[in-house]
Write a protein that binds this ligand. Structure first.
Ligand code: FMN
Length: 362
């Protein structure tokens, strides 16, 4: 089905196609049933992480549904989890358009959206309306006008406001399109920021302790692929010691190279095929630095089961797709799930956990 929807969508400017799809999915969540394939039972792909059961490892990456308007439709595609956001405390328009480019020849996208979103109150209200079962993480960021010295306040506000409706939080300090944001990845900024968020989580968890369903929300940090390897490894060790619950590797890259599309010189973050190799490399170095004890979500250039399996063998417990989903459509989820089942069987692994990190050597 997507094979005939895609040419129509790709005839539209990328952001128009994106808005139209999200709008349709939010109005008609069952639309995806036409394009998604039913998932086979896959008990060997299930994992319990952070006290939550992920029926399989395939999730949707942040940035596609920033305001959580289409979570029911997206979960119907078969994703075991979604990450909504990046949300900021106040609504903000993002950068001027055009700000999203399709690099067809490279199976890639470049975006400089700049955290366009309708703010925390809208996301909160939308998440209250979710109906379809599934895990929904919220990716949080600071407003453009908040200086780095005050960024903690934005992140803490978001945790406080969204604690009830989030299944996990991702601290986003790695998007290239908010000026200065990636400077928050320096040890000097990141550790106090993470500590403030973890304190807020502790406070909120205590407030929720006596509820019928106690709620403890894991906190992850999403990192950029453009940091030097030594800095990534050092950060991973420090974040683990600080008590974060997981890492996401990686966000988009500002690096260019080997591209053929006419849009290659556009400013912004590059995603899709050209990011695959570097993001896998980062996953394995984070896995090694944390002795395989900190769950990692792998993101970057996953277009099929082989790409997903490569990330898992490099140390990712879960994976997320964005650009691959735009190019391949909803059937991608089922294709990856089926392909992973075949690979586990071929390699003699009883379950996915055995495959995680299986290609990483100490
Ligand atoms: C248009 C677009 C918008 C994005 N917005 C966000 C965002 O708001 N927050 C974030 O953490 N990552 C964002 N990302 C990055 C993705 O979540 C993902 O990490 C990255 O694209 C690599 O995966 P992919 O190669 O499968 O696309 C965005 C990516 C794209 C293409």
């Amino acid at each position: 089905m997507y094979s005939w929807i895609r040419p129509l969508l790709f005839r539209l400017p990328p952001e128009t196609a994106h808005r139209l799809t999200l709008h349709s999915l939010s109005r008609f969540p069952r639309l995806t049933d036409l394009a998604a394939r039913s998932l086979p039972p896959a008990p060997e792909l299930a994992q319990k992480l952070w006290n939550r059961t992920f029926p399989h490892p395939v999730g949707l990456a942040a940035g596609l549904d920033k305001d959580a308007v289409a979570v029911n439709g997206l979960l119907r595609c078969g994703f075991s989890f979604l990450e909504v956001g990046t949300v900021t405390p106040q609504p903000q328009p993002g950068n001027p358009t055009p700000r999203l480019f399709r690099l067809l020849e490279d199976e890639a996208l470049i975006n400089r959206m700049g955290f366009n979103n309708r703010g925390v109150d809208v996301v909160y209200q939308n998440l209250l309306k979710r109906k379809h079962p599934g895990i929904i993480g919220v990716n949080i960021g600071k407003n453009k006008w908040t200086v780095n010295e005050e960024a903690q306040t934005d992140y803490v506000t978001l945790v406080d406001r969204l604690y009830r409706v989030a299944d996990y939080f991702t601290i986003n300090v790695s998007s290239p399109n908010t000026p200065g944001l990636r400077d928050l990845q320096s040890e000097h900024h990141l550790l106090p920021l993470v500590q403030a968020v973890l304190q807020a989580r502790k406070r909120q968890a205590a407030l929720h302790e006596d509820r019928v369903r106690p709620h403890w929300v894991p906190v992850l940090v999403k990192l950029a692929p453009d940091l030097p390897n030594e800095q990534l490894a050092a950060l991973a060790v420090q974040l683990q010691a600080a008590g974060v619950d997981g890492l996401i590797a990686t966000n988009t890259t500002v690096a260019r190279g080997g591209l053929t599309s006419a849009y290659q010189r556009e400013t912004g973050g590059l995603s899709g095929r050209p990011l695959r190799r570097r993001s896998t490399e980062v996953i394995s170095l984070l896995y090694r630095a944390t002795d395989g004890r900190l769950p990692i979500i792998g993101s970057g250039g996953i277009f099929d089961a082989d790409d997903a399996y490569e990330k898992i063998q490099a140390g990712a417990s879960l994976i997320q797709v964005y650009t691959g989903f735009i190019y391949r459509g909803p059937a991608l989820v089922g294709d990856i799930v089926r392909g992973l089942q075949q690979r586990l069987a071929a390699e003699g692994f009883a379950n996915i956990a055995e495959a995680v990190g299986s290609k990483v050597h100490a």
